[in-house]
Design a protein around this ligand. Structure first.
Ligand code: TMP
Length: 214
C-alpha cells in the first residue's frame, strides 16, 4: 500500500482557502483517489472541541503561549486520529490549515516563542509535514473585508486588528520563502477560477497525480 499524500492550505483570513480546498478534493476524487478533507483547528472530535475555545470569544482571551499549547493539543489529536491513519491507508489528506498557521499567527504575528513552537513541531508533527503547502497571499484589508461579509461566531482572530494581519501576511511570505521545496505561494486576489487553475498546476507540478480512471 502506497502511503497517501498530504496537502495543506495556508494563509490569512478571507483568502478563499476553504472553497479551494473543497474544489481540489473534488478534482482528486474525480481521478479516483480516496480523499480526506479536513481542517485545523479541528479535524477530529477532540480537536473540534478545542477549536471552539480558540475561535470564539474576545480577541485577547488567550496569550500567544496558551494558544500555541491548545493548538498543539488539537494538532496531536488530529494527526493521531485522522491524518496518519488516512495516509497509512493510502488516502490523500487535504487540510485547511496546519502547523504553518501556528508559526504565522502565534509566532510571527502574535509574538509567541518560536523556540516553543519548534519544540512542539518536533514532538507532535515529527516527520509528518505536508508534501505540499499552498500559501494564499492576499492584501489583509481585502481579506478581512471578505471575512467580515461571511459573518459567523468563529471570528476571534479577525478581531486582532490590521497590524496583526499585516504581520501575519509577512510571516506566511517568510515561511514560504524559507521552504521552497514544500511551499508554493498562491496569488489569492484573482477570480476563484484563476486561483483553482494555479492550484491545480502546482499540484500537478509537485505531486504525481494519477490519470483519471478510464
Ligand atoms: P479558519 O477561519 O481558517 O477556520 O481558522 C480558524 C482560526 O484559527 C483562524 O482565524 C486562524 C486561527 N489559527 C491559528 O491562529 N493558529 C493555528 O495554528 C491554526 C490552525 C488556526
Amino acid at each position: 500500500m502506497t502511503r497517501g499524500r498530504f496537502i495543506s492550505f495556508e494563509g490569512g483570513e478571507g483568502a478563499g482557502k476553504s472553497t479551494q480546498a473543497a474544489r481540489l478534493a473534488d478534482r482528486l476524487r474525480a481521478r479516483g483517489l480516496q480523499v480526506v478533507a479536513t481542517r485545523e483547528p479541528g479535524g477530529s472530535p477532540g480537536a473540534e472541541a478545542l477549536r471552539r475555545l480558540l475561535v470564539q470569544g474576545e480577541a485577547d482571551r488567550w496569550s500567544a503561549t496558551a494558544e500555541t499549547l491548545i493548538l498543539y493539543a488539537a494538532r496531536d489529536d488530529h494527526l493521531t486520529r485522522t491524518i496518519r491513519p488516512a495516509l497509512d491507508r493510502g488516502a490523500w489528506v487535504i487540510s485547511d490549515r496546519f502547523a504553518d498557521s501556528t508559526r504565522a499567527y502565534q509566532g510571527a504575528a502574535g509574538g509567541g516563542s518560536t523556540a516553543l513552537i519548534a519544540a512542539l513541531e518536533q514532538a507532535v508533527v515529527g516527520a509528518d509535514w505536508p508534501d505540499l503547502t499552498l500559501v494564499f497571499d492576499l492584501d489583509p484589508a481585502l481579506g478581512l473585508e471578505r471575512a467580515a461579509g461571511r459573518g459567523g461566531a468563529d471570528a476571534r482572530f479577525e478581531g486582532k486588528g490590521l497590524a496583526f494581519h499585516q504581520r501575519l501576511r509577512e510571516g506566511f511570505r517568510a515561511l514560504a520563502a524559507a521552504e521552497p521545496a514544500r511551499c508554493v505561494m498562491i496569488d489569492a486576489s484573482g477570480s476563484p477560477e484563476a486561483v483553482e487553475a494555479a492550484i491545480w498546476s502546482a499540484v500537478q507540478a509537485r505531486l504525481p497525480v494519477p490519470e483519471p480512471a478510464a
